[in-house]
Design a protein around this ligand. Structure first.
Ligand code: NDP
Length: 270
């Protein structure tokens, strides 16, 4: 079988030369085992973070199949959104963000999202976001967030972290909840970014900020899949897949996703 191997640990943005395509011999099947052939593979931001922590050079690249319940549990269990509230989500046109916005609409909330291109912003409006803007072209992020919701935000589903999060946290309403899902703006940094710091807003507005891993709810997977499938079949949740053809193009698909080239879920068709 073919496997992508991590040739060299990533420095900053991953490069195609950091990977090697190898032929590996699969172990013989034991009694009771079965061999599955992958049809689609997922490329995800966590692969950038975990590669440094769990892999050594020469290891086969980590990865999983496609299924992500992150939006469902993060919004319901961490943000604990209520009807009538205002929800903010960034990286909103991606796999997680686009579902967060649509679930918040189903839950009776006003939804504000931002993404890194005008096409993505148009897509967000098409799938029901109340307000959407391109964070790369606005003059001031602070102003854009204020314009989208002058009263501030009850829930903030943060996929990006860093400077964006610091600015958004200052615009939370009293008792607001922040779900720290991801920090993609920091994943490729060789040198950690510095402040600004958010503690004063956290104290004065009595905010709650909680990080989470979706694996916390692995025992409720079936519930999440059933709920999402029902909404997809009813047309209440729409999805888009950015399909890259060919296993040999997996590094390019992974790097492209980190650079924002994907709309919706980035997958590789083997
Ligand atoms: P996406 O499909 O959202 O793809 C990543 C997107 O991030 C890109 O398309 C790009 O969109 C955006 N992005 C990249 N760099 C930056 C930046 N510097 N600033 C702002 N946006 C940026 O990926 P996923 O939906 O799979 O993941 C979204 C987030 O959720 C990630 O942070 C990931 O780590 C996290 N996650 C967390 C899980 C958990 O259990 N806690 C599980 C799964 C995902 P754009 O064009 O808008 O810039």
């Amino acid at each position: 079988a073919k496997a992508w191997v991590l040739k060299k640990h990533f420095e900053g943005f991953p490069k195609t030369s950091d990977f090697d395509l190898k032929e590996v011999k699969l172990p013989n099947l034991k009694d009771g085992e079965l061999l599955l052939e992958s049809v689609f593979l997922s490329v995800d931001p966590y692969m950038r973070v975990y590669s440094r922590r769990v892999m050594k050079e020469g290891d086969i690249m980590i990865g999983t199949q496609v299924a992500s319940l992150t939006a469902y549990f993060g919004l319901l269990e961490v943000c604990k959104m209520k009807p009538g509230e205002t929800v903010l989500v960034n990286a909103a046109a991606g796999a997680v963000g686009s579902v967060v916005g649509q679930l918040a609409k189903i839950g009776g909330c006003k939804v504000v999202g931002c993404a890194g291109s005008d096409d993505k912003v148009a897509y967000l409006k098409k799938i029901g976001f109340d307000e959407a803007f391109n964070y790369k072209t606005v003059k001031s992020l602070d102003e854009a967030l204020r314009k989208a919701s002058p009263d501030g935000y009850d829930c903030f589903f943060d996929n990006v972290g860093g400077e964006f999060a610091s600015i958004a946290i200052n615009q939370m309403k009293k008792y607001g909840r922040i779900a720290v899902c991801g920090a993609i703006s920091l994943y490729n940094d060789s040198v950690p970014q510095k402040g600004p710091y958010v503690q004063v807003s956290m104290i004065l507005k009595e905010l709650r900020m909680e990080g989470f891993l979706v694996s916390r709810w692995s025992n409720r997977r079936e519930e999440g899949v059933k709920a999402l499938l029902k909404w997809v079949m009813e047309g209440k949740v729409k999805y888009h897949e950015q399909v890259t053809e060919g296993f040999e193009n997996m590094p390019m698909a992974f790097i492209g996703m980190l650079k924002g080239e994907n709309l919706g879920k980035a997958v590789v068709k083997v």
